[in-house]
Write a protein that binds this ligand. Structure first.
Ligand SMILES: Nc1ncnc2c1ncn2[C@@H]1O[C@H](COP(=O)(O)OP(=O)(O)O)[C@@H](O)[C@H]1O
Ligand SMILES: O=C(CO)[C@@H](O)[C@H](O)COP(=O)(O)O
Length: 463
């Protein structure tokens, strides 16, 4: 039995699965936590990766490995292969003005045409522009720019400060498509130079089943992927499938044969990990909203879900607009959260729990409508990510989204997608694995939840 390893280096942790390359069955697993914060030293990810791999029994017997990871993070390297400063993550909003500056110079429609998306503070290019303006000495030292998964792949292959071969950096088109300087013809070096202010080495973009090389022990290394594209691959998502992922970020995305170019900037026209496209809407406020409310109410996640189900849909008028970390969609990087609609009668624990879940999901439901408006077909929604394990979340999702909700069997779908890519690299092309058992949630759409949320969110956005 050939074994392959898949990695998800996500915002909060690193997850490793070792699976049977023929069937996708998980045989070993490991996990290690990442530091909190929106600016993180990449060495912590490298340490967590090594810990998680060790927990998963190491690379013994592994024939191929691929690393997927959180998108967009800016990892800047000097000539010696050393990291110049902490990486700015996808949820760091300090580059909001830099994003506006780039759009003013290039134009939103031109950005959408050239890269498939209009940049917001999450995108790598805006972080490079921030570096150019705020830390010019650091910007001048940049010899290479990588994304989190590119850099980890490079380290795993033995490169780094002791062996700084920058030209050995590799990536894939799914993660490259989130930089704001990559398009249908490859890197857009004009946009890259506008961001950083000068040229630098960029990771070579490998094909979906192309190998980056071989580890000392003999394992092939795959190109890796952005985490959302990794999840789509792990789920075997096809045209008509929409994935809603509830991790640190909330994302809603669909697999599409055709690219999208939303000049409003709501839908990011990313690439997937197989040669297709992945139109995506992301929010900055998802599972951590529930973490905060579970803490506030002094309950576990499961108890929070049960409390929410004890309240009526609409939470008796209580609305949480959950922009705790600012927001990306809508693009309000400096916004704050608000809880409104409180009366003496409605101020109770079940309504608070329900408002938290409804608020987290409502922004994503609006995102799904924006994706549909791009002409993308929607047949069903697959609910994944840490908060998808919550029964209350799944049932309330069936009330907030106007589409069939399906919850795949619990699993690390990003890491599984990376493993499936590794199996494809080994086989020289895509492999078919049976998709894990899924559970459909009874349809229960309640249009009134979104109607009220949209009114309150629009008022907050206008402030
Ligand atoms: N049963 C649950 N209900 C709600 N939230 C949960 C539950 N289990 C885990 N979480 C939350 O999910 C998040 C982790 O999800 P994950 O998809 O791994 O995030 P990321 O990919 O951003 O690192 C954490 O904030 C965690 O507290
Ligand atoms: O910015 C995006 C997508 O554009 C986020 O989805 C990140 O890729 C982080 O994902 P999680 O770690 O929250 O799953």
């Amino acid at each position: 039995m050939a074994l392959v390893m898949g990695v998800d280096s996500s915002t909060q942790s690193c997850k490793v699965v070792v699976v049977d390359a023929g069937t996708g069955r998980v045989v070993r697993e490991g996990r290690a936590a990442h530091p909190s914060g929106t600016s993180v030293g990449p060495e912590a990810w490298w340490q967590a990766l090594q810990d998680a791999i060790a927990q998963a029994g190491g690379l013994d017997g592994v024939a191929a490995v691929s690393i997927a990871g959180q998108q967009h993070g800016m990892v800047v390297l000097d000539d010696d292969g050393a990291v110049i400063r902490d990486a700015l993550l996808w949820n760091d909003t300090r580059s909001a003005q830099a994003a506006r500056d780039l759009i003013d110079e290039v134009g939103a429609a031109e950005f959408a045409e050239r890269t498939g998306a209009v940049p917001v503070a999450s995108f790598t290019g805006t972080k490079l522009r921030w570096l150019r303006d705020a830390e010019p000495d650091n910007a001048a030292r940049v010899a290479a720019v990588a994304l989190p998964h590119d850099w980890l792949t490079w380290r795993l292959r033995g490169f780094g400060p002791g062996n700084p071969v920058l030209e050995e950096l590799v990536t894939d088109r799914s993660d490259a498509s989130g930089t704001a300087y990559w398009g249908a013809d490859g890197y857009d070096l004009d946009l890259f130079r506008r961001s950083l202010g000068h040229d630098a080495v960029l990771p070579r973009v490998l094909g979906p089943w192309e190998s980056a090389g071989t580890l000392a022990g003999g394992a092939l290394v795959g190109p890796g992927a952005g985490d959302n594209a990794g999840a789509a691959l792990g789920l075997g998502a096809g045209v008509g499938d929409v994935v809603v992922s509830l991790g640190t970020s909330g994302t809603v995305f669909a697999v599409s044969d055709a690219p999208t170019r939303d000049t409003s900037g709501t839908v990011a026209g990313f690439a997937d990990a197989t040669g297709r496209f992945l139109p995506l809407v992301a929010t900055l406020n998802a599972a951590r909203v529930l973490d905060a409310f579970a803490g506030l109410l002094g309950v576990t996640h499961d108890e929070l879900g049960a409390l929410a189900l004890a309240a009526e849909p609409g939470a008796d008028g209580v609305v949480l607009v959950p922009w705790f970390e600012g927001e990306r969609t809508p693009n309000l990087p400096h916004a704050q959260a608000s809880l409104t609609g409180l009366t003496l009668a409605s101020t109770n624990r079940p309504n608070f729990a329900r408002a938290a879940i409804e608020g987290m999901l409502s922004g994503l439901a609006a995102g799904l409508e924006a994706i549909q408006a791009q002409g993308v077909e929607v047949r069903r929604i697959l609910l994944i990510g840490g908060a998808a394990a919550n029964e209350g979340v799944a049932r309330i999702a069936a009330q907030v989204f106007d589409a069939e909700i399906v919850v795949p069997a619990a699993g690390e779908y990003v890491a599984l997608g990376a493993a499936r890519q590794a199996a494809g690299v080994l086989a020289g092309g895509p492999v078919e694995w049976a998709v894990a058992t899924t559970r459909a949630v009874d349809p229960d759409h309640r249009a009134a939840i979104r109607a009220r949320y949209d009114i309150v969110a629009a008022l907050r956005a206008a402030e």
